[in-house]
Ligand binder design. Sequence first.
Ligand code: NIG
Ligand code: FE
Length: 411
Amino acid sequence: MIYDLLVTNIGQLLLPKRSPKPLKGKEMAHLPILKCAAMAVSDGRVAWIGSASEAVHVEAKLKIDAKQRVVSPGLVDPHTHLVFGGSRENELPLKQAGVPYLDILAGGGGILATVNSTRLASEEELINKASFHVERMVSHGVTAIEAKSGYGLERDTELKQLRVIKALNKKYPIHFVSTFLGPHAIPPGFRGKEHMFIKEMAVLLDEIRTENLADYADIFCETGVFTVEQSRRYLREAKTKGFGLKIHADEINPLGGTELAVELEAASADHLVAASDKGIRSLAESNTVAVLLPGTTFYLGKELYARGRYMIDSGAAVALATDFNPGSCVTENIQFIMSLAGLRLKMTPEEIWNAVTVNAAHAIGKGDEVGGLEIGSQADFVIWNIPNYQYLPYHFGVNHAAIVYCEGKRI
Ligand code: NIG
Ligand code: FE
């Protein structure tokens, strides 16, 4: 047998396995590793895994020496707001003056400012701008991305954003999951008539489904945005129409969005900085993945982070994501998020790697496709410029990814 590709002399080969369910609680502490390893790929899939010494006898069209470095599955970023017009550096002085995130939004800035610039941008402009961000994410080791709409708040711009995600999916060999986040903020003119806006967005769900433009529906459940009851009604309708569910929950105030996610069997509940003990207990009894976004807490200048350690100790499944967006977390670098998870969420390196691979894949409904490395899995992998897997969260703020492969092809 002559394989397409052989990567040999791997110092540590990280082998999280694809699993029918996310890793919960203590299971997250287990990260399978093969030392002094080698891996062969054919037809875009992992075809052989063994020791570097056995690999001497393995034939391949192309051989790569990993020089004793770490190889992991391609990382999965399960929460991004990738497609938007403009930027919001003008908000920095407001933040410095202590103006809260929700006050900037209530004043017509924040998300609403990005809505204006996204409405004005053409589809082509949005594709070009988002491409720049995708390429930066990939260069940091990401091979699967969830991307949301939510900067249109009306039909045409929401559909435009979702079409851009579809175009990116065609343009790049990596994997995309698309989420409709129509109810992301209350648009001007709808204050006090939120139910009418939600109704408009719910009507759009049919069109999005027919055109196959999104896999998930999401909503921003927060004080001054949408209530738990409004979120319940909208998400229930989305579920009936065949969408998977996600929710921006308990980010700033503990409204109970976490419990709602579990009640509706959402794939993920995201943010959860203010999630209550009760909410965390309910997560632990479910397969809903807690997608934690410590970059957002950092960027909003807050002291209190999501209780990642407590969630894992309570038995919940935790994943990590960038939340990349132009307002509350302006970075494509998931490695920085992994460092924050170590420093602020008190997660161990094993838990952190599982959180950006297997569990992140489950958060986007792709647990059987991406996030794992084993015989037969898609050959999405990264060769890292690090001597061991513990090193990555430790050395923060720089890019450690050396070479990124998706389905056996270098990208
Ligand atoms: O996940 N919290 C709501 N939505 C985004 C922020 C979007 C923005 O500020 O543009 C988030 O943090
Ligand atoms: Fe978000």
